[in-house]
Ligand binder design. Structure first.
Ligand code: SF4
Length: 365
């Protein structure tokens, strides 16, 4: 019997039925089984850079995609598959569903969330917006569909800078949520009037400027790559500040270089694949000023596994649902960003990156 022959109907993993995920399989057998199941179900796997390397490899090998959150959603929207399996965190599944309402969107682990999303509940955020009606509401991708539904614009870590600059040039005052570090960086770069929500990423917040200085002294040839969800003291030490896609590009542009990388260490998998001769060092989250809880790996991204992909495919569990009224409202702020970035694309090649090294690129953590 071939692995493909083991495909079982949806919702059959009940008492008396074979388990959705057979026990005792090797990693290779499990990978082959999930690949066969994806094909049998007309499904495509879309994985974030921060999830386990085995999932990233499977996505690449089966015609899926490994990317940042926005490119994941864009890929899902244009792909012909009826089912999208999103290996990442919940807001990514929701964004995929908002952009592809006619597709089934499954997630291996519905409990996988994000500290930024958790820290910005829709009711409290809506009240904050109501208290400041004179401000244009700009939210980061790492928010729930309900929060996006309350926003005028959604941005990612890469397009936030030109969009906020555009709004500032129009004389708009901004209400920004939820990441205070990214917001602070954008404010410092643009000089915009930005009222901040107090949120942060538990992974990037742990990078330590003091220890980073010491590490750079030990590796003076290294370029420091920093995601802008990191604290300002860490960003100030960066040679390149940018989204996951921008940091990856910095490595592939110098494939034999040495880099100190301040973002989730799941990113190293793709960096090593695309630049195997590069020397990649994880930026410090520990040392004398340590309060390390995640040690540079998102606990929610880590919940994604091959077993979970197989389980959701076989049982239909982990399906993302977004209320249609919320979806339509949230779609407005996402499409505003997509239209803006599409209109800017023709000029992107001629755009000179700012002195800080922030690289225009579409992507978000
Ligand atoms: S790494 Fe940070 S921003 Fe990304 S999903 Fe995890 S908690 Fe959220």
């Amino acid at each position: 019997m071939s692995l493909a022959d083991t495909v079982i109907p949806l919702h059959s993993a009940t008492a008396g039925q074979p388990p959705a995920v057979p026990a005792g399989l090797s990693q290779v057998e499990l990978t082959e089984l999930v690949a066969a199941e994806l094909k049998a179900r007309d499904a495509v796997l879309v994985a974030h850079y921060y999830v386990d390397g085995a999932l990233q490899d499977l996505a690449q090998a089966t015609g899926g995609f490994v990317a940042d959150s926005l490119e994941m959603a864009r890929f899902g929207r244009r792909h012909a598959a009826k089912t999208l399996v999103v290996a990442g965190v919940r807001f990514m599944g929701e964004t995929a569903k908002i952009l592809s309402p006619d597709k089934r969107v499954l997630m291996p682990e519905l409990e996988a969330t994000c500290s930024l999303d958790i820290g910005c509940p829709a009711d409290a955020f809506s009240a904050f917006c109501d208290a400041h009606p004179d401000r244009t509401v700009v939210v980061y991708a790492n928010t729930s569909a309900a929060v996006k539904a309350r926003a005028d614009w959604m941005v990612t870590s890469a397009c936030a800078l030109p969009i906020v600059k555009h709004l500032k040039d129009q004389g708009r005052k901004i209400l920004w949520a939820p990441d205070k570090h990214l917001g602070g960086y954008i404010q410092e770069q643009t000089g915009a009037d930005m009222l901040m929500w107090d949120g942060s990423c538990i992974v990037h917040e742990e990078f330590k400027a003091t220890e980073l200085v010491l590490m750079r002294e030990q590796h003076p040839q290294a370029k420091v790559l920093v995601h802008p969800e990191s604290p300002a003291g860490v960003v100030a030490l960066a040679d390149v500040v940018g989204s996951t896609s921008a940091l990856l590009k910095a490595v592939t542009d110098d494939p034999t270089g040495t880099f100190i990388v301040a973002t989730d260490n799941g990113m190293m998998h793709r960096m090593r694949q695309l630049a195997p001769q590069a020397v990649l060092l994880e930026a410090p989250t520990s040392g004398r000023s340590a309060t390390c809880k995640s040690c540079a790996h998102c606990p929610w991204m880590a919940m994604n596994a091959l077993e979970g992909v197989l389980h959701c495919l076989r049982t239909g569990s982990g399906e993302i649902q977004v209320d249609e009224t919320v979806r339509v409202k949230a779609l407005g702020c996402i499409e505003r960003m997509l239209d803006f970035t599409a209109a800017s694309a023709a000029n992107a090649a001629a755009t000179t990156p700012p002195a800080s090294g922030f690289v225009p690129n579409i992507g978000a953590a």
